[in-house]
Design a protein around this ligand. Structure first.
Ligand code: SF4
Length: 277
């Protein structure tokens, strides 16, 4: 039986979304945290926001809690924190997650694992029904420091340590469900990889690592900004052929899904050129 992969917090049946919509409610509340990040990824599309507007128009924790309450009242099941920066650096982040848990919301958060996070906090997130999207672009310290532009040598070590803790704490958290002859595996952790020319050789290793740890891997190209925005067709062609070949090889060894393979072939990937100042 073919397994369908779902990410907890987005895993509800279509009927739940439909019912909420018909009742003019919502199923998911997305809430950004403050735009603060300790990394400076070369391709970050929020880079211009980093540190900006932190106190100008941010909601207070009291207002955020009230928003959660209202969202729950009109059907929300999950709180998604995509992060305009690194969410764990927002001083309200842990309070918000706790408030969401207390009223029965599942939280989904995307983190780079180098902010205000350690093994105890990961355990706390696990116990508060939080699903985690882990940034996993590289296992190479040089790449990490050069392209993610961490501002301290400790960041890479912290990333590795927290990734290990995550896998240990969340091990066994995937639930298998069978509905009408279809098998679903509902994951509480997924990995996200931004693919570039500079880390393309790592794709196989990262895909193998994720497969070994039963971690769904989502591979995305760099979002087209600046030059690429006005030369989209050229951008799409960059490196398309070599990457499609690597992807085909991984598909054959079941390291990636057909969907990921198609995405890679369709989008190609981006060369972001030079470092920004
Ligand atoms: S970790 Fe995310 S928010 Fe932070 S700089 Fe990188 S891409 Fe931007």
């Amino acid at each position: 039986m073919k397994d369908t992969i779902l990410f907890r917090g987005y895993h509800y049946p279509m009927s739940a979304y439909r019912e909420n919509q018909e009742a003019e409610g919502i199923t998911q509340l997305s809430l950004d945290t403050k735009p603060i990040c300790n990394l400076k990824c070369t391709w970050c599309y929020n880079g211009h926001l980093n540190g900006e507007g932190v106190s100008k128009d941010s909601l207070t924790i009291k207002e955020k809690k009230e928003l959660l309450r209202q969202a729950r009242e009109i059907g929300a099941k999950s709180l998604v924190i995509p992060g305009t920066g690194e969410p764990t650096l927002d001083p309200d982040f842990y309070k918000l997650v706790e408030a969401a848990y207390e009223i029965g919301l599942t939280t989904v958060v995307y983190t780079n694992f180098t902010g205000n996070i350690d093994a105890d906090k990961i355990k706390n997130l696990h116990d508060l029904d939080v699903s985690i999207g882990a940034k996993l672009d590289t296992f190479d310290k040089e790449y990490f420091q050069r392209w993610l532009r961490s501002n301290g040598k400790e960041s890479f070590k912290k990333f590795r340590r927290n990734l290990d803790s995550l896998l240990e704490i969340y091990s066994g958290s995937t639930k298998i469900k069978e509905i009408s002859g279809q098998q679903y595996s509902i994951h509480r952790v997924i990995a996200n990889m931004v693919l570039t020319h500079e880390n393309k050789e790592e794709l196989e290793q990262i895909a193998g690592f994720c497969k070994q740890d039963n971690l769904p891997l989502f591979v995305r190209p760099v979002k087209p900004v600046k030059w690429a925005m006005t030369n989209l067709s050229d951008w799409k062609m960059l490196g398309k052929k070599p990457l499609a070949a690597i992807s085909q090889k991984l598909l054959a060894s079941c390291h990636i899904s057909e969907t990921v393979h198609q995405l890679i072939c369709a989008l190609g990937y981006s060369h972001y050129g030079q470092e920004q100042e």
